[in-house]
Design a protein around this ligand. Structure first.
Ligand code: ADP
Ligand code: MG
Length: 701
């Protein structure tokens, strides 16, 4: 009953401009925070809370606490140390404390006359002489005590143009409307786990204004039932939107691609090895999908070196064997180039032409490649995201293969799919999609982040691989590492030296790699040292890489551009400088560049000191595990899901309140609720809108 009433009540959709004090300009500021309606505002939850409900005795402070304290000024002095600062000492009957200000006016200083009682609010930090408050908010206390707050004070995420005070003011208005029933309960209570039958409105009210005495650590950990109730709903909304994607694609027609047995036999007979059992199984799964009249949406996971490229080639063969076009997309130019070489090597002998399209092609070459693609002269097209551009016109595109999916997001996945149906001659047919990743995705994550995809796993490496022996050595033992390099090269092996930098800037990375290469060339007299980084022209990169492949280079100094896919079996040693700066999954990828032949391989993690505890744990995990899945689980534990899914870069699947790792145990409920007939189609739509409306393409497509 109340649910029905809620539906007719559209208060939640009230545009934000209808609130007091919100004008056109402020609407735009709020839009940056994705706040458009009253509902958005109510779901704009605090990052954390301050406890201004009680005055804490000075003796009771610990570092890191946000506190209100009250005391009498005993001294105020300007100190000329490294920076001019104003130091105020205050005392209550439990102890004394220092307030420190770096920016202050004469008027401010004069407020702190000894004997005056002040109340301050700020974060306690450890200073040179005990605890200090830096730049606290202060007010002089009159004879009657200033009132303390009666709820915890929320601290909201902000953007330029909106202050904490203004945001709190807005929410006060919103909460009044909330108490009047502004949000609709969309989940039937009986579908919720008992512990989370917390009415939505109560949960929101609680989270915006927790009563005095609330345990802050429970809220900070995100495990309060009010938070969990919202997290569950949010996870459900994401899940529903992916399911919707999936069911939409089941209604779309795709060209069935039958197997061409003789072509496949021909292809396989030219390989110097046979498929592993896992490769065979996965190829079967793909064949079955491709034979359907609905688009394949399959995620292929396989550890570094598992042999995904070959599986991709076999899938591609089904498309080009039927005379249609197949696109293979890689995240970097080096990888695209390597794919081109592999595919040419495999497919040209069978009479197929391969086109390549990357961002850096010269105009004339580009035109030539574009013509080959649009005419269908080349049935296999390899490229980077340059393949997305409007001027690319495909010729009967039936299959899109995306390598290293975590670099692309759901959004791009959708765009490419649309592109396939828009260009080409198949009318409204959509191409099949195969998405490959070497970043193993823990099951819980895969279920929620990729609920729109089917999953295949290559869980077996080709025979004869040697495990990579990984050691961690600190920077001050660099000599020892140089000896290792010399000895490996002396034995006719090749090595990588990988430079990492925290800065994302390619030019800085390139500089750092350049100076390292010079230094190493000097120290390793007589050895052939080469350099590759993201700033080189593609021809230059290609030249260096092929020289390394051909064995004409002993030591390749590189930035993380070689992270994925590069394949040189004789390279048996990799030094990674400052590995503590990278995530585990990325390190595992890098390390996977060695150990690709049958030679025993080594990876040296040359870390800078001192190493943080988390850094130590990460390097330890890398030494301990060689299985990408185990490493991914560990990465998830140590760093959270954004890193693994690569959503930090693409800004996707950012939950407002849920945390896939922390809330993993909610996922079974999510699936149960999603499967329930008690959740009507209308409710589903509204849930998606409530939580994902700012990502309309995501929910719609
Ligand atoms: P990834 O899964 O990391 O993309 P690749 O496809 O680059 O791995 O394959 C790694 C190496 O293993 C390549 O040199 C490839 O030729 C080789 N390879 C692939 N499949 C097999 C197999 N069944 N037997 C032996 N070697 C294989
Ligand atoms: Mg690969």
């Amino acid at each position: 009953m109340s649910l029905e009433r809620g539906i007719s009540n559209n208060l939640a959709e009230l545009p934000i401009i209808t609130l007091k004090g919100v004008g056109d300009k402020f609407v735009q500021v709020l839009a940056k925070l994705h706040i458009h309606s009253l509902q958005d505002l109510l779901f704009h939850l605090p990052l954390r809370y301050q406890d201004r409900t009680r005055v804490v005795p000075i003796a009771g402070l610990t570092a890191g606490m946000d506190v209100v304290i009250e005391g009498e000024v005993s001294a105020a002095d300007i100190v000329f140390g490294r920076r001019r600062s104003l130091i105020v000492r205050i005392q209550d009957n439990s102890g004394t404390l220092t307030l420190r200000f770096f920016h202050f006016s004469a008027a401010q200083k004069s407020r702190f006359t000894p004997g005056v009682r002040i109340r301050c609010f700020g974060e306690a930090r450890r200073g040179a002489n005990g605890l200090e408050l830096y730049h606290p908010e202060t007010e002089v206390v009159g004879s009657e005590n200033a009132v303390t707050a009666d709820t915890l004070t929320p601290v909201y995420p902000l953007t330029e143009g909106v202050s904490q005070t203004r945001m709190r003011g807005l929410l006060e208005q919103a909460l009044t409307l909330l108490k009047g029933g502004a949000v609709t309960e969309l989940l039937p209570a009986e579908l919720l786990p008992k512990a989370l039958r917390y009415p939505l409105g109560d949960a929101l009210l609680y989270l915006h204004s927790p009563p005095a005495g609330t345990q802050l650590d429970q809220l900070a950990a995100g495990i309060h039932p009010a938070q969990q109730r919202l997290a569950l709903e949010e996870l459900l909304a994401h899940h529903l939107s992916l399911l919707e994607l999936r069911s939409n694609s089941a209604r779309i027609a795709a060209p069935p691609l039958p197997v061409n047995r003789s072509l496949e036999r021909d292809f396989l007979s030219r390989l110097p090895f046979s498929l592993t059992g896992a490769q065979q199984r996965v190829c079967e799964e793909i064949s079955e999908d491709l034979a359907q009249q609905t688009p394949m949406m399959r995620l292929l996971q396989g550890d570094v070196g598992a042999g995904k490229t070959l599986v991709a080639a076999l899938a591609a063969l089904k498309g080009i064997g039927a005379g249609a076009q197949v696109a293979v997309m890689a995240p970097t130019e080096i990888l695209a180039e390597q794919h081109r070489i592999n595919f040419c090597h495999w497919l040209e002998p069978l009479g197929f032409e391969v086109a390549q399209l990357t961002g850096s092609l010269k105009a004339a070459e580009r035109r030539k490649q574009l013509a080959k693609i649009s005419s269908g002269e080349a049935l296999l097209v390899v490229g980077t995201h340059a393949l997305f551009q409007d001027e690319v016109v495909f010729h009967n595109l039936v299959l899109v293969i995306i390598d290293e999916q975590h670099r692309f997001g759901v959004r791009q996945r959708l765009e490419l799919r649309e592109k396939g149906s828009a260009s080409g001659t198949t009318g409204r047919l959509q191409p099949h999609q195969l998405i490959m990743t070497a970043t193993p995705i823990p099951r819980t994550l895969a279920m929620s982040a990729f609920a729109d995809l089917d999953c295949s796993i290559i869980d077996e490496l080709p025979p004869g691989r040697q495990p990579i022996n990984t050691v961690a050595i600190s920077d001050d033992r660099r000599d020892q590492v140089m000896e290792r390099v010399q000895s490996a090269i002396g034995q006719g092996r090749q090595a990588y030296w990988v430079c990492t930098l925290i800065e994302e800037s390619e030019s800085l990375q390139a500089q750092a790699a350049e100076s390292t290469a010079e230094e190493l060339a000097e120290m390793l007299e007589g050895m052939r040292v080469a350099l590759v980084h993201g700033r080189l022209k593609p021809e230059q990169k290609e030249q260096v890489m092929s020289a390394f492949k051909a064995g004409d280079v002993d030591l390749l100094v590189a930035t993380t551009v070689i992270e994925v896919g590069v394949d040189v079996p004789n390279a048996s040693l990799m030094i990674i400088e400052n590995p503590e700066r990278l995530g585990l999954a990325q390190l595992h990828q890098l390390r996977g560049r060695v150990g690709r032949g049958s030679i025993a391989s080594h990876c040296v993690l040359l870390y800078g000191t001192p190493l943080s505890q988390n850094g130590r744990a990460r390097l330890q995990a890398l030494r301990q595990y060689s299985d990408g899945f185990a490493i991914a689980e560990e990465d998830l534990r140590l760093r959270g899901p954004g890193e693994i899914l690569g959503t930090r870069q693409t800004g996707e699947i950012q939950h407002r309140i849920a945390d896939l790792q922390r809330d993993a145990e909610l996922l079974p409920y999510v699936q149960k609720i999603a499967a329930s007939a008690k959740l009507s189609a209308g409710m589903r739509q509204r849930l998606i809108r409530r939580w994902l409306q700012n990502k309309p393409r995501f929910a719609e497509a």
